[in-house]
Design a binder for this molecule. Structure first.
Ligand SMILES: [Mg+2]
Ligand SMILES: [Zn+2]
Length: 140
Protein backbone atom coordinates (compact mmCIF):
# COMPACT_ATOMS: atom_id res chain seq x y z
CA UNK A 1 0.00 0.00 0.00
CA UNK A 2 1.30 3.41 -0.99
CA UNK A 3 0.72 6.48 1.14
CA UNK A 4 0.38 9.90 -0.35
CA UNK A 5 3.13 12.33 0.62
CA UNK A 6 1.66 14.60 3.24
CA UNK A 7 2.87 17.93 4.50
CA UNK A 8 4.29 18.00 8.04
CA UNK A 9 5.74 20.85 9.99
CA UNK A 10 8.65 21.01 12.41
CA UNK A 11 8.20 24.06 14.59
CA UNK A 12 11.83 25.05 13.93
CA UNK A 13 12.54 23.94 10.34
CA UNK A 14 9.25 24.49 8.64
CA UNK A 15 7.33 22.22 6.27
CA UNK A 16 8.47 18.96 4.75
CA UNK A 17 6.77 16.25 2.76
CA UNK A 18 6.90 12.57 3.62
CA UNK A 19 4.96 9.39 3.07
CA UNK A 20 6.17 7.99 6.37
CA UNK A 21 3.57 7.16 8.99
CA UNK A 22 6.01 8.20 11.74
CA UNK A 23 7.47 11.34 10.24
CA UNK A 24 10.48 13.16 11.58
CA UNK A 25 12.01 16.46 10.58
CA UNK A 26 14.71 15.89 7.91
CA UNK A 27 16.90 18.55 9.55
CA UNK A 28 16.74 18.06 13.33
CA UNK A 29 15.22 14.56 13.19
CA UNK A 30 12.65 15.44 15.83
CA UNK A 31 9.53 13.35 15.82
CA UNK A 32 7.54 16.15 17.43
CA UNK A 33 6.11 17.33 14.17
CA UNK A 34 2.58 18.38 13.36
CA UNK A 35 0.46 17.53 10.38
CA UNK A 36 -0.26 20.46 8.14
CA UNK A 37 -3.52 20.29 6.34
CA UNK A 38 -3.20 21.17 2.68
CA UNK A 39 -4.95 24.47 2.08
CA UNK A 40 -7.59 23.96 -0.54
CA UNK A 41 -8.05 27.26 -2.26
CA UNK A 42 -11.62 28.38 -2.70
CA UNK A 43 -12.99 29.54 -6.04
CA UNK A 44 -12.53 33.25 -5.36
CA UNK A 45 -8.90 32.70 -4.31
CA UNK A 46 -8.22 30.72 -7.48
CA UNK A 47 -9.90 33.32 -9.70
CA UNK A 48 -8.04 36.21 -8.10
CA UNK A 49 -4.76 34.32 -8.46
CA UNK A 50 -5.48 33.61 -12.13
CA UNK A 51 -6.35 37.26 -12.82
CA UNK A 52 -3.20 38.54 -11.17
CA UNK A 53 -1.05 35.86 -12.84
CA UNK A 54 -2.27 36.28 -16.42
CA UNK A 55 -3.77 39.78 -16.26
CA UNK A 56 -7.27 41.16 -16.80
CA UNK A 57 -6.99 41.54 -20.57
CA UNK A 58 -5.86 37.98 -21.16
CA UNK A 59 -8.65 36.64 -18.95
CA UNK A 60 -11.21 38.72 -20.88
CA UNK A 61 -9.87 37.14 -24.08
CA UNK A 62 -10.35 33.76 -22.42
CA UNK A 63 -14.02 34.63 -21.77
CA UNK A 64 -14.45 35.31 -25.49
CA UNK A 65 -12.60 32.11 -26.43
CA UNK A 66 -14.64 29.92 -24.06
CA UNK A 67 -17.92 31.46 -25.25
CA UNK A 68 -16.90 30.67 -28.83
CA UNK A 69 -16.14 27.07 -27.85
CA UNK A 70 -19.57 26.70 -26.25
CA UNK A 71 -21.16 28.20 -29.36
CA UNK A 72 -19.33 25.65 -31.49
CA UNK A 73 -20.38 22.76 -29.22
CA UNK A 74 -24.03 23.85 -29.41
CA UNK A 75 -23.90 24.15 -33.18
CA UNK A 76 -22.44 20.62 -33.42
CA UNK A 77 -25.29 19.36 -31.21
CA UNK A 78 -27.85 20.84 -33.60
CA UNK A 79 -26.07 19.31 -36.54
CA UNK A 80 -26.48 15.95 -34.81
CA UNK A 81 -22.82 15.12 -34.80
CA UNK A 82 -22.00 12.48 -32.17
CA UNK A 83 -24.87 13.37 -29.83
CA UNK A 84 -23.58 11.59 -26.71
CA UNK A 85 -20.03 12.78 -26.98
CA UNK A 86 -21.33 16.20 -27.75
CA UNK A 87 -23.53 16.46 -24.67
CA UNK A 88 -20.45 15.73 -22.57
CA UNK A 89 -18.64 18.34 -24.61
CA UNK A 90 -21.45 20.84 -23.99
CA UNK A 91 -21.20 20.26 -20.23
CA UNK A 92 -17.46 20.84 -20.40
CA UNK A 93 -17.82 24.03 -22.41
CA UNK A 94 -20.64 25.30 -20.15
CA UNK A 95 -18.35 24.75 -17.16
CA UNK A 96 -15.57 26.70 -18.91
CA UNK A 97 -17.91 29.59 -19.68
CA UNK A 98 -19.25 29.68 -16.10
CA UNK A 99 -15.70 29.73 -14.72
CA UNK A 100 -14.69 32.55 -17.04
CA UNK A 101 -17.88 34.54 -16.35
CA UNK A 102 -17.19 34.27 -12.63
CA UNK A 103 -13.73 35.74 -13.28
CA UNK A 104 -15.23 38.46 -15.47
CA UNK A 105 -17.49 39.38 -12.56
CA UNK A 106 -14.41 39.89 -10.37
CA UNK A 107 -12.62 41.87 -13.11
CA UNK A 108 -15.63 44.17 -13.66
CA UNK A 109 -16.60 44.24 -9.98
CA UNK A 110 -20.23 44.31 -11.05
CA UNK A 111 -21.74 41.29 -9.29
CA UNK A 112 -24.47 43.36 -7.52
CA UNK A 113 -25.40 45.04 -10.80
CA UNK A 114 -25.71 41.64 -12.49
CA UNK A 115 -28.00 40.42 -9.71
CA UNK A 116 -30.12 43.56 -10.13
CA UNK A 117 -30.36 43.03 -13.89
CA UNK A 118 -31.24 39.36 -13.43
CA UNK A 119 -33.99 40.30 -10.98
CA UNK A 120 -35.40 42.82 -13.45
CA UNK A 121 -35.23 40.42 -16.37
CA UNK A 122 -36.76 37.54 -14.45
CA UNK A 123 -39.68 39.77 -13.44
CA UNK A 124 -40.12 40.71 -17.08
CA UNK A 125 -39.99 37.04 -18.08
CA UNK A 126 -42.62 36.15 -15.49
CA UNK A 127 -44.85 38.92 -16.82
CA UNK A 128 -44.40 37.66 -20.36
CA UNK A 129 -45.24 34.11 -19.34
CA UNK A 130 -48.39 35.30 -17.58
CA UNK A 131 -49.62 37.21 -20.60
CA UNK A 132 -51.78 34.52 -22.13
CA UNK A 133 -52.63 34.57 -25.82
CA UNK A 134 -49.87 37.07 -26.44
CA UNK A 135 -47.00 36.43 -28.74
CA UNK A 136 -43.61 36.43 -27.12
CA UNK A 137 -41.57 37.77 -29.91
CA UNK A 138 -39.62 40.15 -27.74
CA UNK A 139 -38.53 38.11 -24.79
CA UNK A 140 -35.54 40.00 -23.47
MG1 LIG B 1 -13.55 25.44 -23.42
ZN1 LIG C 1 13.38 20.37 12.63
Amino acid sequence: MKYRAEIWNCGTHGNFKTKSLQPKCPVCKTKKVSYKRRHTKNKTELYEEAISKWGKEFQILMVIEEMAELTQALIKYFRGKKPFENSYNIAEEMADVEIMLEQLKIICGNAPLIELQKEKKLKKLQKLLEEKNESHKTQY
